[in-house]
Design a protein around this ligand. Structure first.
Ligand SMILES: [Ca+2]
Ligand SMILES: [Ca+2]
Length: 224
């Protein structure tokens, strides 16, 4: 084959690849769409495998549906026999099928429209919490970020309040527990589910502590 023909074919391949990448970006699914697809896939598989989603056969706190999703034995509370239950391992992002110490990938997805935060373990929506994000005049930015810092009790100089269990995300925006003022007054939990913050992502008392204990700097955060 002559050099010119090879060059022509290579150019064609490069251009067509770029085209495919472009098409891929246009056709990429949003987290919401991915969740719908996952739900449909699980629904179908559950029918095939006759898994009762709400039953917890071995009583380890992990429903049969989650056992099926994570591939654990729904008749054995400690599938890999390492002394830690399947539930405890997944809840702390460890692989319930192996005693390896590497953690599963973790991720947060924040749905501004529905004011929900999803905590993903190994790509599975493991927990879901109500949040309060930025009000219309101070919206929470959307995009793909990472946890950039952690502060157990952050102080806002600007607003004169404490933001416990701070997980910094982008600029001055972070995820934190319902804030409280030096006089002890705390923002009401009735604000959860409503976008009323100054841009931060506020979480309830227990969810904020739960996530702070489990997540580290670098964890991906997708806000949409
Ligand atoms: Ca179970
Ligand atoms: Ca185990």
């Amino acid at each position: 084959m002559t050099f010119r023909i090879k060059l022509l074919i290579r150019s064609f391949l490069i251009v067509s690849n770029l085209f495919l990448v472009g098409i891929g970006a246009v056709l990429a699914f949003s987290p919401e769409e991915r969740a719908i697809q996952d739900a449909a896939r699980w629904e179908k598989a559950r029918k095939v495998a006759s898994v009762d989603p709400y039953r917890d056969t071995d009583g380890d706190g992990l429903t049969d549906e989650f056992e099926w999703i994570f591939g654990t034995d729904l008749n054995n509370f400690d599938t890999d026999g390492d002394g830690y239950s399947d539930f405890l391992e997944i809840d702390n992002a460890y692989d319930p099928l192996s005693d390896a110490l590497e953690k599963f990938p973790q991720k947060l997805e924040i749905d501004l429209k529905n004011q929900r935060l999803f905590y993903l373990v190994n790509g599975v929506r493991w927990r879901e919490f109500s949040v309060s994000t930025g009000k219309a005049s101070m919206p929470t930015p959307t995009g793909n970020f990472q946890i950039r810092n952690k502060v157990e009790l952050a102080w806002s100089e600007k607003y004169g309040l404490y933001m416990p269990y701070w997980l910094g995300v982008v600029g001055a925006v972070g995820i934190h527990q319902l804030p409280y003022w030096p006089n002890g007054y705390r923002e009401g939990a009735d604000h959860l589910g409503k976008p009323v913050s100054h841009g931060c992502i506020r979480l309830g008392i227990i969810p904020a502590a739960y996530l702070y204990q489990r997540l580290s700097v670098g964890t991906p955060v997708e806000i949409y």
